[in-house]
Design a protein around this ligand. Structure first.
Ligand SMILES: [Zn+2]
Ligand SMILES: [Zn+2]
Length: 467
């Protein structure tokens, strides 16, 4: 039986002191997952717990965030490090008398990040193998905090891509909590989301894969070392960047920013401390210089002595998304191909743009590279198009003339004079609509009929009838 929130729950009533799962490890549950478990323990829907008890205790002056939480779109903020998370934690700590709930969020790392930067993703993601193993090993199913990190693509334990869609009904939850929220189950079809790990492990030597494995392991290490959070800060991160610029490139900002594929100005802002790198930028620094993320955040400048340089893959999301790596072109081959077109070869190509498309190169870039050849190819292609147009016009003319002759003969055979209007009407019945440009062709068909003497036969026949 469900409890009535108004009668049985009030902010003054201490709730069940539910112990959190995985505290201090990379398997720590999210605060939203904890809220959901708490609601099921006390027998109320999670929505009632949030709207009836947690939100009234939150003093966040930003009404839009409160509204976002009520709508579900800002639930992920409860797992982050901002005001929503801190007030949610204090509300739940007061209600449950459990005093370590900030460990279910990224609040311990709040000194490292820019207050307005977002590190958690609003879209819910999970690892089905983690759910499956949790069912076998633990009595409690939980959603891991690490899965909420926006930059994370792989499960740190199984190194498989995180899922965001139910494998049965295809539902993609856009909020961390739903009214029918039950950890490990689809909130639409209630299908169990856990699945055993396939025998063939997913792995790749691709640079993008290596980067995402690094990210997954770095994020997990961060949560495995919560004590490091107390000594980590954005100031220490800034000190690490300043030391790194001196260590890696002897103070040369341009070289350092090129390695990170960032603008020189933004790296300069990091060095000055005017801008704090977000989680994604920190992960890029960590990967490119092979520095542990916790060394970066805790300001362990000795770590630079063990650093090495790793190229950042182009496919890394958020930096060069959609941008293709530069293609090395064989300009000599391309010039030869264009020269052959201007000499009359490759007759199928009818424009300079088509030639560029054949070479898979932007026509503007090709024209800029070979302006004179481009002009010659354009001229040759124009003449080709003209010749094709003339040929096509003569073919059409021949076909229309033949049709007009047949039709005129048919009209004559019916005992009528093959006038232009009669021929046009008959041609229309045959599915060909004539216009003024065809008048001369119809006239030629009439003349051919006249020359053949068939018109004289008609005249004599008509005369004999009238006599
Ligand atoms: Zn997993
Ligand atoms: Zn489903």
């Amino acid at each position: 039986m469900l409890l009535n929130t108004r009668e049985h729950l009030s902010p003054r009533t201490p709730l069940f002191a539910l112990p959190p799962v995985g505290l201090g490890t990379s398997k720590v549950e999210t605060l939203t997952n904890y809220s959901s478990r708490l609601a099921s323990q006390i027998g109320v829907p999670v929505g009632r717990l949030i709207n009836g008890l947690i939100l009234p205790c939150c003093n966040t002056g930003i009404s839009t965030i409160k509204r976002g939480v009520k709508m579900g779109s800002a639930f992920h903020l409860a797992n982050s490090f901002g005001s929503v998370a801190s007030e949610w934690v204090s509300a739940l700590e007061n209600l449950t008398t459990v005093n370590c709930l900030d460990g279910l969020t990224f609040l311990p790392w709040r000194n490292v990040f820019e207050p307005r930067s977002g590190i958690t993703s609003p879209i819910k993601r999970w690892c089905s193998h983690c759910f499956h193993e949790a069912l076998q090993d633990h009595p409690v199913i939980s959603e891991h905090l690490v899965w909420t990190l926006g930059g994370l693509q792989l499960c740190p334990i199984h190194l498989v891509p995180l899922e965001s869609r139910c494998h049965k009904c295809g539902y993609k939850p856009y909020a961390q909590i739903h009214s029918k929220h039950l950890p490990g189950f689809c909130s639409r079809c209630m299908e169990w989301l856990g699945r055993p790990m396939p025998r063939a492990k997913v792995s790749s030597t691709d640079s993008s894969w290596k980067y995402h494995v690094w990210v997954a392991r770095s994020c997990a290490q961060l949560l495995n070392n919560p004590e490091l959070a107390s000594i980590s800060s954005s100031k220490r991160l800034q000190a690490m960047i300043t030391t790194g610029i001196d260590y890696i490139s002897n103070g040369n900002l341009t070289r350092f920013s090129c390695l990170l594929r960032r603008s020189k100005s933004i790296v300069g802002e990091w060095r000055q401390g005017h801008v704090i790198p977000g989680l994604e930028a920190s992960l890029h620094i960590s990967y490119v210089f092979q520095l542990p993320l916790e060394s970066l955040f805790s300001g362990d400048t000795n770590a630079w002595n063990f650093s090495s340089i790793q190229e950042l893959p182009f496919s890394v999301r958020g930096l060069d998304a959609g941008r293709k790596p530069p293609v090395r072109r064989n300009w000599a081959e391309i010039e030869k191909f264009l020269g052959e077109i201007s000499d009359g070869k490759h007759r199928k190509i009818s424009s300079f743009e088509e030639a560029a498309k054949t070479l898979s190169i932007d026509s503007g870039a090709l024209r800029a590279q070979f302006p004179e050849l481009a002009r010659q190819v354009s001229g040759v292609c124009y003449k080709r198009r003209c010749a094709r147009a003339v040929l096509k016009a003569s073919q059409v003319e021949k076909a229309v003339l033949e049709l007009a002759e047949i039709v005129a003969g048919k009209v004559l055979a019916q005992g009528h004079y093959p006038s232009r209007r009669r021929i046009q009407a008959e041609m229309l019945q045959q599915g060909f609509r004539t216009d003024r440009s065809h008048t001369s062709l119809i006239r030629r068909a009439q003349l051919r009929l006249y020359d053949s003497g068939k018109l004289d036969n008609l005249r004599q026949g008509n005369k004999a009838k009238s006599d």
